[in-house]
Design a protein around this ligand. Structure first.
Ligand SMILES: [Fe+2]
Ligand SMILES: [Fe+2]
Length: 167
């Protein structure tokens, strides 16, 4: 394993490294959702305390982590779901659209932080929160488990490892 977890808490958020290897798409990507939620909470906490440098740094790590998460979904999970379920277009098109909105929300937040404009950052957070929780729930309850069910156990474990290792 090239990436082991850093128990000191110094693991960069963009480098997703769980303590143990995951064997399903659902367990790994759900774990990553939780990890990212915590990272965003950390950035918001710095902002509330007016630690702007730390807020910017935490936000950058969060945004990189979320970008990576969406990229591995788009490149490695959605195509497998579409191919194995025979459902191209429909559900995955909705998820890809939501990713576009999530990227817009991240851009609003980044822009607000760069200008020290906490109001704009807050508007970006509210936009993000209007999309992300439901998006994640649909993935965790439908898309990921369906993908796992359609794969053989060994293909499932291989994909989970690949997701985990992807930069
Ligand atoms: Fe997603
Ligand atoms: Fe996700």
């Amino acid at each position: 394993m090239s990436r082991m977890v850093d128990r000191s808490g110094g693991t960069p958020v963009s480098a997703a490294s769980p303590a143990a290897a995951f064997t399903t798409v659902t367990s790994y990507l759900s774990w990553d959702h939780t990890r990212l939620e915590r990272a965003l909470a950390g950035a918001r906490e710095h902002l509330r305390a007016e630690r702007m440098g730390a807020a910017r740094q935490s936000f950058d790590e969060y945004a990189r982590g979320l970008e990576r998460h969406m990229r591995v979904e788009e490149d490695l999970v959605f195509p497998v779901f579409e191919e194995l379920s025979g459902l191209s277009g429909g559900p995955v098109a909705v998820m890809r659209d939501e990713h576009r909105s999530i990227r817009m929300a991240l851009a609003m937040m980044r822009d607000g932080l760069e200008r020290d404009d906490t109001q704009s950052f807050g508007a970006g957070v509210r936009f993000l929160q209007s999309i992300l929780p439901e998006h994640n729930a649909k993935e965790e309850h439908v898309l990921y488990p369906t993908t796992d069910r359609l794969l053989t156990p060994s293909a499932r474990a291989t994909l989970a490892r690949r997701l985990e290792r992807e930069e």
